[in-house]
Ligand binder design. Structure first.
Ligand code: NGQ
Ligand code: ZN
Length: 454
C-alpha cells in the first residue's frame, strides 16, 4: 500500500481538497478520502490520466522531416504517406524498439498513463516475414517493459492497397497479412504481452476500409469477440469517394449499417461525416478516436465535435503520427478547430462544465474505454492512472476547480506536469521520466545511425 496526498484532486465526487489516495500493490486505487492530513508522497493537483488511444510509434522519427514541398504539385496527406512509406523501409527491429521507448517516455512526460499502439509494421523491408512473426510486436513490448507505460497492443490487419483489392504498393509490403497469417501474429502478440504487467491488453485493428476486404473485416471482428477493435475511418475525402464508388455508401454509413458498432469500437479520425452519420456514431457507444495535432498536420479536416458531443458521443485523444507529443495541445487544438470553424468561443463547454473540464473528462473516459483499461476516474477500484500538476505554477496558483483545467489546457502546457503514475507505477517525477537520460541517449544514437543509412 502507498499513499499520495494532493492539495486538490478531481475525484468521482468532483473537486476535493486535501485528498489522500491509497494505492494497492496491484496498481489499483484502494481508497480516496478528502480533508486528510498530508501523508506519503505529496503533490499539487491530482487528476485521472488518459490513455493515448492512437499511436504509430515509429512515425516519431519522421517528425519535422515532411514540411517541405516535394515534386508533387500539391503537398497532401498522400504525398506525406509516400515519404512515410519510404522512410519506413530503413527501420530495423532495434530502431523500432529505440524509437518506441523514446516516444513512450515523451507520452508519459506529457501526462498519458497508457497508449494504444496501432501496430502495423510486421515484416522485413521487402515484405519477407521475420523468423518469428511476432518479432516487431516483441520489440514494442520490450520498449514498454522499459518505460512502464500501460499498453493496449493492437496488431493491425492490412491486406491490400485499396478497396478495389489492388496489390500492396512497395511501401506497404511490410504491413501485409492474409487473415490466416494475421491470426498467427495475433497469437504471437498475445504471448509477447505475457512479459508485461497485468494491466496490458490486446486488441485487433483492421487498418481501414481501404486496406481490408469485407471478409477480412468480418474475420478481424470475430477473432477476439470482447477485445477492443480500432480502425481508421473517414479521414480523407479521397477515401470517402473511393468507398462510396466501390461500395455505394460513405465509409461510416457502410460500417454502421454492416457491423454492430458498439462500445468495443474505436473509430480513428471520423473526420468527414454527414450529420446523420455523426448522430448515429454518437448513439452507438463507440469512441471517436480524435488526433487533433496529426489531423492538423496532415490537413485532414475538422471533426464535427459540437454535433457529436451534443448527441452524447464519446471521444478520446490519440497522438497518431507523433509529430508532437502534448496532451494539453491536443485538447486545445480540438476546441480551437471548432472555434475557428464556428467563429465562437467555449464551443464544447456545457452549462455545468467548463471547456477544459469537458475536454479532460472526455479524454480520460474515452481513452479508458478504447484501451479497455478500468481507469478514467479517481475512485476506489479503478486502475491508478494518474497525473499531477504543479500547484505553484504561475497560471495555477490560487485557482480552484475547473479553472485549473482551463488554465492548464489554454494558458499552460505540459511543463506543469510533475508526476505520472501508470497502474500505480510512479514513472514521471519532477516532470521527467525515471529513465529519461538513457532513453534519450539511445534514441539519439538511433537517429544518428538512421541519418547515415537513409
Ligand atoms: C497510418 N496514417 O496508418 O499511419 C496512416 C497512413 C495508410 C493516417 N491515416 C497509412 N493518418 O493510410 O495507409
Ligand atoms: Zn493512424
Amino acid at each position: 500500500m502507498r499513499h499520495l496526498w494532493a492539495e486538490q484532486a478531481l475525484t468521482d465526487r468532483g473537486w476535493e481538497k486535501n485528498v489522500q489516495v491509497t494505492i494497492g500493490d496491484d496498481g489499483v486505487i484502494a481508497a480516496v478520502e478528502s480533508d486528510c492530513l498530508a501523508k506519503g508522497q505529496r503533490c499539487g493537483i491530482l487528476l485521472p490520466s488518459p490513455t493515448n488511444l492512437h499511436s504509430h510509434a515509429f512515425q516519431r522519427a519522421l517528425a519535422g522531416m515532411t514540411e517541405t514541398r516535394g515534386q508533387d504539385p500539391r503537398d497532401s496527406f498522400w504525398t506525406w504517406r509516400k515519404l512515410m512509406y519510404r522512410f519506413l523501409d530503413h527501420l530495423t527491429p532495434d530502431d523500432i524498439e529505440a524509437i518506441t521507448g523514446f516516444v513512450q517516455m515523451e507520452m508519459l512526460e506529457a501526462g498519458y498513463a497508457a497508449v494504444c499502439e496501432f501496430h502495423y509494421v510486421h515484416h522485413q523491408a521487402g515484405g519477407i516475414a521475420y523468423e518469428d512473426i511476432g518479432e516487431l510486436s516483441n520489440r514494442i513490448v520490450a520498449a514498454t517493459a522499459e518505460t512502464g507505460i500501460g499498453l493496449t497492443l493492437l496488431p493491425v490487419l492490412y491486406e491490400h492497397g485499396g478497396c478495389d483489392g489492388r496489390a500492396l504498393g512497395p511501401g506497404q509490403i511490410r504491413f501485409g497479412n492474409t487473415p490466416g497469417r494475421f491470426q498467427k501474429l495475433f497469437e504471437a502478440a498475445d504471448k509477447a504481452l505475457g512479459f508485461l504487467p497485468g494491466d496490458s491488453r490486446l486488441g485487433v485493428a483492421p487498418h481501414s476500409l481501404r486496406a481490408v476486404s469485407q471478409e477480412g473485416l468480418t474475420f478481424a471482428t470475430g477473432l477476439a469477440p470482447k477485445a477492443p477493435l480500432h480502425m481508421h475511418i473517414a479521414e480523407q475525402t479521397a477515401e470517402i469517394e473511393e468507398i462510396q464508388a466501390a461500395w455505394g455508401k460513405r465509409p461510416m454509413e457502410w460500417l454502421l449499417e454492416n457491423h454492430e458498432v458498439d462500445s468495443r469500437w474505436c473509430l480513428i479520425h471520423s473526420t468527414h461525416m454527414e450529420p446523420h452519420e455523426t448522430e448515429k456514431l454518437a448513439r452507438s457507444g463507440a469512441v471517436a478516436g480524435l488526433c487533433p495535432i496529426t489531423e492538423s498536420s496532415l490537413g485532414d479536416g475538422i471533426f464535427d465535435g459540437v454535433r457529436y458531443l451534443s448527441n452524447g458521443g464519446k471521444f478520446g485523444i490519440g497522438s497518431d503520427s507523433n509529430i508532437r507529443i502534448s496532451l494539453s495541445e491536443e485538447l486545445r487544438t480540438l476546441e480551437y478547430s471548432q472555434r475557428l470553424r464556428d467563429r465562437g468561443r467555449a464551443v464544447l463547454a456545457t452549462a455545468e462544465k467548463s471547456t477544459g473540464r469537458v475536454l479532460l473528462d472526455g479524454a480520460v473516459q474515452g481513452g479508458a474505454q478504447a484501451g479497455q483499461r478500468n481507469a478514467g476516474v479517481l475512485k476506489a477500484g479503478m486502475i491508478a492512472d494518474l497525473f499531477a500538476l504543479d500547484a505553484s505554477a504561475v497560471d495555477l496558483l490560487g485557482k480552484e476547480g475547473d479553472a485549473l483545467l482551463d488554465s492548464y489546457i489554454f494558458a499552460g502546457d505540459d511543463r506543469m506536469i510533475t508526476d505520472v503514475w501508470s497502474a500505480g507505477r510512479h514513472l514521471v517525477k519532477e516532470g521527467r521520466h525515471i529513465k529519461h537520460d538513457a532513453l534519450v541517449a539511445r534514441y539519439k544514437k538511433t537517429m544518428q545511425s538512421l541519418r547515415d543509412r537513409v
